[in-house]
Design a protein around this ligand. Structure first.
Ligand code: SAM
Length: 295
């Protein structure tokens, strides 16, 4: 996978060369290129921002600097022509799957074309599902915002040029810039690329993973008793089926308390008898399409 990252602080991404990401780069699984947005400025101050039109605090990233940089990276010619409003509306509609979440790689040949991603706190949430779908792409381009963010016409323009553009928030809080958010998304996406993890099984049963996603069960290692706290006895039994059931029950329990929204998304038809029994004991009704919390 080729990854281009555009930022006014490209040195931030030197940290990518450590740990598993670093190994993936040396193995040739990832080809990461960082770019300083200021290299596309033409004024003596290398300015990338200007005051907000309409007034207000802070500065907004200018569209033309971004466009000159993105045109070069995406190999596009500058143009003033955009699709009609209708085409644009349809294009945007296609980006959203039923749940309202963005569905990054759903269209034909999507894997072959660069996908442009802008971290943005006022965008839909980046999820494991988005990470999974983006992990099959061959080229991702991340544009890191700063200040009050970037001019809203930038994603609009590139969508109108047929580029797949996604804006994602990594959580309900505001960071100073898109660099950390890009790092978060990059790590979540790339660890799903075949060959990235030493043991591919370690990403199979994880939190948020799969069609009936839950939070993962609790994990323990040796010693079996530590500072007066014992690991659950069943985990020492060697009885694989019982251990699996125990872990599944813990996952259901934790998810029910911490992330009931994930339980509400489960498909009851994919739950086994023991799952249903556990969920009923946790106060969920499981006879409809999705579980429903009983008052
Ligand atoms: N004025 C913006 C707002 O209130 O929504 C906040 C801009 S923030 C200070 C500057 C940049 O940081 C954004 O353009 C984005 O690239 C990045 N950023 C901040 N918080 C983020 C989040 N939760 N998720 C993704 N990107 C974020």
């Amino acid at each position: 996978m080729r990854i281009d990252i555009i930022s006014v602080f490209p040195e931030f991404f030197e940290a990518l060369h450590v740990s598993l990401l670093g190994k993936a780069i040396s193995k040739g699984l990832l080809d990461i290129h960082t770019h300083n947005l200021r290299d596309w400025t033409h004024d003596v101050h290398h300015s990338v921002d200007d005051t907000p039109i309409g007034g207000g605090a802070g500065m907004v990233m200018k569209p033309e600097v971004w466009a000159q940089c993105l045109d070069e990276i995406l190999h596009l010619e500058p143009t003033n022509s955009t699709h009609t409003e209708n085409e644009q509306t349809n294009f945007l509609a296609n980006q959203h799957c039923e749940s309202g979440e963005q569905n990054p790689t759903s269209s034909d040949n999507q894997q072959e074309r660069p996908i442009l991603i802008f971290p943005n706190p006022s965008a839909p949430l980046f999820t494991q599902q988005a990470a999974t779908e983006l992990s099959t792409a061959s080229h991702l381009v991340f544009g890191c915002g700063r200040y009050e963010g970037y001019d809203a016409r930038i994603p609009e323009y590139y969508r109108s040029q047929g580029v797949k553009v996604y804006e994602f928030s990594i959580g309900d809080y505001v960071l100073n810039g898109g660099e950390v958010a890009t790092g978060v998304m990059l790590e979540a996406i790339t660890r799903l690329i075949p060959g990235f993890m030493g043991n591919p099984d370690s990403i199979v049963e994880e939190s948020y993973t799969g069609s009936n996603a839950l939070l993962e069960h609790k994990q323990y290692t040796r010693p079996t008793s530590w500072r007066g706290i014992d690991v659950p006895e069943i985990l020492l039994s060697g009885h694989h089926a019982n251990i699996a059931r125990y872990r599944r029950d813990v996952a259901l329990e934790q998810t029910s308390v911490i992330r009931p929204d994930l339980i509400e998304k489960l498909h009851c038809s994919e739950l086994d008898k023991a799952d249903r029994k556990k969920l009923r004991s946790l106060g969920w009704e499981v006879s409809s399409q999705h579980p429903r919390k009983l008052k």
